[in-house]
Design a binder for this molecule. Structure first.
Ligand code: NAD
Length: 292
């Protein structure tokens, strides 16, 4: 059995998987591969699947499965797994990093220092304490973020049509109830037909004036041009973004927008997470070998 490691994983993964078959990172061997390991870079499209006649198992190291044609994989009898639980802490910590960095002007303070400016009087910070955090999509990552926000004395509200009650957030039945009152909005949505472009110009009007928006979910859940307009008008005080229309983004208008912190899709990229992902992948492959 050939296991193709197609994207970046922990360096010890090939050794960990070696008892189960031959392990390669040579993408040219796709046609021979029984198992393919991907993160978000490799797109497992219909064409990709058609090029891999021996493929039986795709494992996505991470959460989002939007880079995999799930219907076609099912049609071809290819099992698809993710490592959903592994990344929650890593992504929640990154969303929290953005929530701290934005109102404390961390990147602006650093870049002005580097060009010899002393912006002490100009950069007015605000505290998270007693502010309202609105979480859109209260799944694994949103829940971890809510716990951390509580430790900072924030009040947490959330919108998620599939979650009725929560111990970490006050659930609101209407998205607008969350947006109207929150000082910070953090998006933790999967990309689906319903969530694509959910944050557009119309819904941005429902945001509290001067709110901060954070997106570590999926880039296409926001309309970038509309977010840029909201930043320019001051409707949004700032935007912290880790996720893009494509990795890397092509011609994003966010580059020239004010008060934006941009990250190159770092949410899952902690050393600890890659090790957790490796452990889960090993157990999935072990089960696959045992039941095959
Ligand atoms: P999850 O499935 O546990 O949580 C997602 C939540 O969104 C669910 O509770 C679901 O009910 C809710 N939801 C679905 N449609 C909704 C809608 N229309 N409105 C409001 N809520 C809705 O997933 P998770 O592990 O918390 O991950 C969330 C997302 O984060 C993933 O789908 C992935 O796209 C993204 N992610 C990003 C990174 C990164 O590197 N930045 C890493 C991992 C995951």
């Amino acid at each position: 059995m050939l296991i193709l490691i197609s994207d970046a994983f922990a360096p010890d993964l090939p050794e960990k998987l070696s008892p189960y078959g031959d392990v390669t990172d040579d993408k040219g061997k796709l046609q021979e591969a029984t198992v393919v390991l991907v993160r978000s870079k490799t797109k497992v499209t219909r064409e990709y699947i058609d090029f891999a006649p021996n493929l039986k198992l795709v494992i996505r190291g991470g959460v989002g499965l939007d880079n995999i044609d799930l219907n076609y994989a099912a049609e071809k009898g290819i099992a698809v797994h993710n490592t959903a639980a592994a990344s929650s802490i890593a992504v929640a910590e990154l969303a929290f990093t953005l929530m701290i960095a934005l109102p404390n002007h961390v990147t602006k303070a650093d870049s002005t220092m580097r060009v010899g400016q002393w912006a002490k009087k100009k950069l007015k910070r605000t505290e998270l304490y007693k502010k309202i955090l609105g979480i859109v999509g209260l799944g694994r990552i949103g829940t971890e973020l809510a716990k951390r926000a509580a430790a900072f004395g924030m009040n947490v509200v959330a919108y998620d049509p599939f979650v009725d009650s929560s111990e970490v957030a006050i659930m609101k039945p209407d998205l607008k109830d969350v947006l109207n009152n929150s000082d910070y909005i953090s998006l933790h949505l999967p990309l689906t037909e319903e969530t694509k472009g959910i944050i557009d110009g119309e819904i941005l009007n429902e945001f509290k004036d001067g709110a901060y928006l954070i997106n570590t979910g999926r880039g296409k859940t926001i309309v970038e041009e509309d977010v840029v307009e909201a930043l320019k008008s001051g409707k949004l005080a700032g935007f912290g973004n880790d996720v893009w229309y494509s990795d890397p983004p092509k011609n994003t208008p966010l580059i020239d927008a004010p008060n934006v912190i941009m990250l190159p899709h770092l949410g899952a990229s902690t050393k600890e997470n890659l090790l957790r992902i490796g452990d889960i992948i090993e157990s999935i492959i072990r089960d696959f070998v045992l039941t095959d």
